[in-house]
Design a protein around this ligand. Sequence first.
Ligand SMILES: NC(=O)c1ccc[n+]([C@@H]2O[C@H](COP(=O)([O-])OP(=O)(O)OC[C@H]3O[C@@H](n4cnc5c(N)ncnc54)[C@H](OP(=O)(O)O)[C@@H]3O)[C@@H](O)[C@H]2O)c1
Length: 518
Amino acid sequence: MTHLCVSIYVNDLQQAKRDLALAAERGADLAELRLDTFTDENAIGQLISQSPIPVIATVRSKEEGGKSELDDIHRLALLNVAGEAGASYLDIEFASILDNGWSGPAKPRSQRPGWIYSSHNFVSRPANLHQLMIDLAHSNADISKIAWQARSIRDNIEAFDLMLQRHKPTIAICMGEAGMISRILAKKFGAFVSFASLDSGSPTAPGQVSIEDLKRVYRWDAQQLDTRVYGVVGNPIAHSMSPAVHNAAFDYVQYNGVYVPLLVESSYEAFKAFMESFLEFEPLMLSGLSITIPHKEHALAYLKIGRSKIEPLAEQIGAVNTIVISRDGSRYDLEGLNTDYAAILDSITAALQITREQLQDYRVAVIGAGGTGRTAVAALAHYGATVVVYNRTRERAEKLADEFNSKTGKVISAPLEKLCDSCCQIYINTTSVGMHPNTNATPFGNFPPAITDAHLVFDTIYNPLETRLLRYAKSRGAKTINGLEMFVRQAAAQFQAWTGQSAPLNMMRQVVTNRLRK
Ligand SMILES: NC(=O)c1ccc[n+]([C@@H]2O[C@H](COP(=O)([O-])OP(=O)(O)OC[C@H]3O[C@@H](n4cnc5c(N)ncnc54)[C@H](OP(=O)(O)O)[C@@H]3O)[C@@H](O)[C@H]2O)c1
């Protein structure tokens, strides 16, 4: 069993008592009390003997990222006080044990707390990692703990391997944002414990996730060794809503999967190295990926080189935002999709209650010629719509229109000033104009077309949910679609591609709405 442990830095008795009570209330089955600067022996005794959950006592030294200025002998003495008071585990740096030639606990395990020997490197992966693990395995520690600053996301694979190979109960942590998944997936790989923060704002180590997120967002209770792993690859990735929405959908249909953030440096080389190491590590059971900025083009290039299956429209768009990984033992096949285009089409056809094929009867203004503009133009042109592309940089609009006009003969570009007499039935904003914090801006600018109740206006922006453009369109009686619809539908299409089940669309919509309203 992997313990879920909240790490509490003890400043004073009342704060620590309150935090212990909250940790228990939020579902922790263990608490780490960081006693680095709290050395009142009576108070420590009281705190531990009255704790509602079992305790790991730690007096972390400055050399290993803590704040304690006590020497090893005094820190060991303080840990013994904690042990006498009833702490279940005592954590001491392995380096201190080696330096002092301490022979280890005298009593049998059943009559004393468990000793965790730990080693921390806040700069990088220790060069002697394997020797360190061998030495820990041969030591008289009851539990081995190793934590190092992740150099990249790939370091997690080594941490997972250490958790799996454990010669005794083992804690292996990659610190920092790239190492977050070593904490999230600790239960899947059978680590002794994962450390969580009490609140999202109070981590005691870099990359620590709050207990609420571990339990609610990352499906802690449902994780097991055969849980399939999915994730979103991007840089940056911290604010992605995808883990919340996909894990909620897995939960809803009781699917044995967990979805995690995967921070991968921005180069193609980093993307390729990530793919190779994560795909090859069989116990991870990596089964599907969402791809976001800046890796959508990298994903396409990677799949092309590997001669994997690629959805034809994704190839035309030049971006893959979804990878399906079909596994059969150690073999796997990859398929690249673009669910953004399907989301744009499905949002429109659902609002107008038409089929994709009926789009050929519509004239659509696409404002913007960036990644999302290109996706919209490719999708609409593919289904025979007449498309007019407007963009601040006119040449970009012309280039995009020419490329797709050669396929259908129904794609043109026009200057933004002519938007007012565009005669389109559907308007799609794919620019960032109107997005937070510039919410007073609108892509119609000084040339708004005459919008009526016969029109459909689609803003791909989801922050804010109702842009100035959409307020204007609504005030003129037009049908509207916001960016949330596109986001939810692309996620729903990914869910379907990965699980083969239809997605709980309304529930997913609700999760995103709640997140955006926070
Ligand atoms: N709902 C969803 O799921 C979803 C998903 C992806 C994107 N989006 C939305 O789509 C937007 C664009 O994303 P993207 O990836 O396509 O970005 P992108 O490739 O960088 O393209 C940005 C587009 O916006 C235009 N633009 C930027 N600032 C402008 C300004 N001040 N005035 C006029 N035009 C301006 C650019 O025109 P130039 O060519 O002249 O620079 C370009 O056409 C995002 O902001 C987001 O709101 C939504």
